[in-house]
Write a new protein. Structure first.
Length: 302
C-alpha cells in the first residue's frame, strides 16, 4: 500500500480537524441567534409581499443534540478507522483486508468442492457437468474480457473455439499457459525485407500459404525471402508451438488476415501477452479452468 508523504499526512489531518471544528463553531453560532424570550416578536428586517416576515428563533434543542452527536460520532470514527492521513485507526481496518477476508471466507466454503473436482483426471473433469458449470463461471469471471463470453476471441486475442493453439492444445500445455502466462512477439521485418515493396511481396506469399487469393508473381519474390521466417514459422509455414509461432497455412489470423493487417504484422510486428494467473487463482481453480478451455476447442486434450 502506498502511503502519502509526511507533509500530506499532516495536511489531511489539519484540514479534517479544522472542518469538524468549523462545524462545531457554526452550530454554536447558529444556536446563539435569536432570543426566545421575545417570542414571536423577535423578527428580522426581511419582509416579503408586504407582511411576510422571517422570525429570528434559536434552533430546537433536540436538533442541536443531533448535530453535536454527529460531530462526536465523526471524531470516534476517525479514531477507530482510517481517515486522518496515514493513521490506520485503532481497529486496524482496511479495504484490502476486508476484501481479502471475504475472499478467504468464500474459499473456505468452496475449498472442499474445488479439491474434490480437481482430483479428477482430465477426461472425467470434462465429462462432469458440475465441474464444467463451475469452470464456466471461473471463465466468465477471469477470461471473458479478452476471449469473449463464448471464448471466440477478438482481434489480438485468440479464439479458444477452434483447433489452432499457438502454444499447444493438450490440457497440460493449456494449464501451463494459464499458470505462467505467455508472451508472443512478432519482430518487425519491414527494413530487413527492403521496405514497402518487400513487405507487399511477403504478404502475397503468406496469403499463398493458406490458399487465399494472391498475386503469384509477387508471392514468388516473397518466397525467395522466406529464409528470414524459417526459424519461427518453419519451412512450410506451419509454425512452432515451442515458440508460440502460429501456423500460417490454416487461414486463421489472430490480428486479421487482410493484406493491410498482414502488412502491419510483417512490417511493424506484434506484441501479445497472456498474463499469468498463478497469483490470482488457486491450483484447483486453474485445473478446472484448463479443462474447460480445452473443451471449448476442437482439441481432444490428449
Amino acid at each position: 500500500m502506498n502511503l502519502m508523504s509526511e507533509t500530506w499526512h499532516w495536511v489531511v489531518i489539519v484540514i479534517t480537524a479544522v472542518n469538524i471544528l468549523a462545524c462545531w463553531w457554526l452550530i454554536r453560532w447558529s444556536s446563539a441567534q435569536g432570543d426566545s424570550s421575545k417570542g414571536d416578536n423577535d423578527t428580522l428586517d426581511h419582509v416579503w409581499d408586504e407582511n411576510l416576515q422571517e422570525r429570528n428563533q434559536p434552533l430546537p434543542r433536540w436538533w442541536l443534540i443531533l448535530f453535536y452527536g454527529t460531530i462526536i460520532w465523526g471524531f470516534g470514527y476517525l479514531i477507530a478507522y482510517p481517515g486522518m492521513g496515514n493513521f490506520a485507526g485503532t481497529l486496524g481496518w482496511s479495504q484490502e483486508g476486508q476484501w481479502q477476508a471475504e475472499v478467504d471466507a468464500v474459499d473456505d466454503i468452496y475449498a472442499e468442492k474445488y479439491a474434490r473436482l480437481a482430483a479428477l483426471d482430465w477426461d472425467d473433469l470434462v465429462a462432469s457437468d458440475e465441474a464444467m458449470l463451475t469452470a464456466s463461471r471461473l471463465f466468465a469471471a477471469n477470461c471473458t474480457t479478452c476471449h469473449g463470453s463464448d471464448g471466440g476471441g477478438a482481434v489480438g486475442f485468440p479464439s479458444l473455439r477452434d483447433s489452432e493453439w499457438n502454444w499447444g492444445s493438450d490440457y497440460d500445455s493449456i494449464q501451463a499457459t494459464i499458470v505462467n502466462g505467455r508472451i508472443g512477439v512478432m519482430p518487425p521485418w519491414g527494413p530487413a525485407l527492403g521496405g514497402d515493396q518487400g513487405v507487399a511481396e511477403m504478404v502475397q506469399y503468406v496469403l499463398s500459404l493458406s490458399g487465399s487469393d494472391h498475386d503469384p508473381a509477387m508471392a514468388a519474390k516473397g518466397q525467395a525471402k522466406w529464409t528470414m521466417c524459417l526459424a519461427c514459422h518453419g519451412p512450410d509455414g506451419k509454425g512452432n508451438q515451442a515458440l508460440g509461432a502460429p501456423d500460417l497455412t490454416n487461414n486463421i489470423w489472430q490480428y486479421g488476415g487482410s493484406e493491410a493487417d498482414l502488412a502491419h504484422s510483417i512490417a511493424i510486428g506484434r506484441n501479445g501477452e497472456m498474463p499469468a494467473h498463478k497469483d490470482l487463482l488457486s491450483a484447483e481453480k486453474i485445473k478446472l479452468l484448463s479443462a474447460y478451455v480445452g473443451s471449448l476447442g476442437d482439441s481432444d486434450g490428449s
